[in-house]
Design a protein around this ligand. Structure first.
Ligand SMILES: NC(=O)c1ccc[n+]([C@@H]2O[C@H](COP(=O)([O-])OP(=O)(O)OC[C@H]3O[C@@H](n4cnc5c(N)ncnc54)[C@H](OP(=O)(O)O)[C@@H]3O)[C@@H](O)[C@H]2O)c1
Length: 335
């Protein structure tokens, strides 16, 4: 892989663990390097309202260059911007920044990254995807106009893939993914399958979703709660996909405050949501086969008794990471 592309790949690898968790913001990764290609800082955006990837990569680079531990105590985006602008000592002049998405160019919940990059005098900015959003776009062109060497389109396809939920939001379409827990031998039934780490991650994902879709039979068999209690997050609305409107209302999912539960034999209402997680067993997987492009699979290292589930054909692994003792992998279906 060419030099620049391998740095962008590092930025992608930093961003993927936060896919969905940053919503309604995009998942973004950034890498600061010197002329020799040595990495001085890597950052990823973690959650909407928290510092952007560029700022965290610059924070790490500042620490590596200065050993000035004062910056370690700063976590607020505005505080980091101000600190770096005041204390950079021209240390960034010969450095490069690789970032999966064009740096933002506006005041949102955080100050514009473009103005920070300009203030630090970064020599070169390499961008993966264009930011097409009405609010934030234009950071690359702004930096070019200030004399920064800016290039676009490095690993563009992979960066655009990372950006998919955000692109869907901009088009006012829902981002839909099927979440599945599997044993080491691909069994999806029989109670709890994955570790507490994985289940906590699922609750963090639920907290960022506005709708969960669940198969009718799973509701009858598992009698689930489907909230986000393991991270003290908010519970998404629930669509029970079923041929029958009758469900036992003592099932816990009907008793979570501040969310809507509805039963429907169509999936029409999904269109009015923006981040949708589907859960279910073999029947739901089959029913969604031709409708869902994205799959998030948590796989345990332990085997379980039961029949292995048939996964949809054409799943291409996009990213994989350890979550405690399990593995969490994003797959895109290629038809
Ligand atoms: N490992 C995991 O990640 C995971 C997650 C969830 C569940 N599970 C397990 O999976 C098992 C249940 O799996 P399952 O496949 O039997 O049930 P399911 O996941 O609930 O999916 C099948 C159900 O979806 C509904 N459905 C399917 N096609 C439909 C259509 N065209 N229109 C309307 N509704 C439709 C039906 O509900 P009605 O019958 O109500 O009409 C059907 O029973 C349980 O053991 C559960 O523990 C595993």
């Amino acid at each position: 892989m060419p030099f620049g592309a391998s740095l962008m790949q590092k930025a992608l690898d930093a961003a993927w663990p936060y896919q969905v968790l940053t919503f309604p913001n995009p998942a973004v990764g950034a890498v600061v390097s010197n002329d020799a290609g040595e990495i001085l800082g890597i950052g990823a955006h973690h959650k909407a309202g928290l510092p952007h990837a560029e700022v965290l990569a610059l924070k790490e680079a500042y620490l590596a260059l200065t050993h000035d531990k004062r910056i370690e105590a700063l976590s607020d985006s505005m505080a980091l911007h101000l600190f770096l602008k005041e204390n950079h000592q021209d240390l960034f002049l010969n450095l490069s920044l690789h970032v999966t998405l064009e740096p933002c160019n506006h005041f949102g919940k955080t100050p514009p990254c473009s103005s920070l990059i300009e203030a630090l005098g970064i020599k070169r900015v390499v961008i993966g995807s264009f930011d097409e959003s009405a609010n934030a776009k234009g950071g690359g062109v702004y930096l070019q106009s200030r004399g920064v060497n800016v290039s676009f389109g490095c690993l563009k396809e992979a960066c655009d893939t990372l950006l998919t939920p955000f692109t869907c939001k901009e088009k006012q379409e829902p981002f839909i993914f099927f979440k599945l827990a599997l044993s080491a031998n691909n069994v999806a039934t029989g109670g709890m399958i994955t570790s507490l780490d994985s289940r906590t991650m699922v609750h963090r994902l639920r907290d960022c979703c506005d709708l969960m879709v669940i198969g009718g039979n799973t509701v009858r068999v598992d009698r689930p709660t489907l909230d986000a209690r393991l991270c003290e997050g908010k519970a998404p609305d629930i669509l029970i996909y079923s041929h029958s409107p009758q469900f036992d209302k003592s099932i816990p999912l009907f008793h979570i405050p501040n969310r809507k539960v509805f039963v429907d034999s169509t999936l029409e209402s999904i269109k009015s949501y923006s981040m949708v997680m589907i859960e279910g067993g073999a029947g739901m997987l089959k029913a969604m086969e031709d409708k869902v492009e994205w799959y998030l699979i948590f796989q345990s290292t332990h085997e379980k008794e039961g029949e292995a589930i048939a996964l949809p054909k054409g799943l291409k692994k996009v990213f994989s990471q350890a979550v405690g003792e399990d593995t969490m992998s994003w797959y895109q279906r290629v038809w």
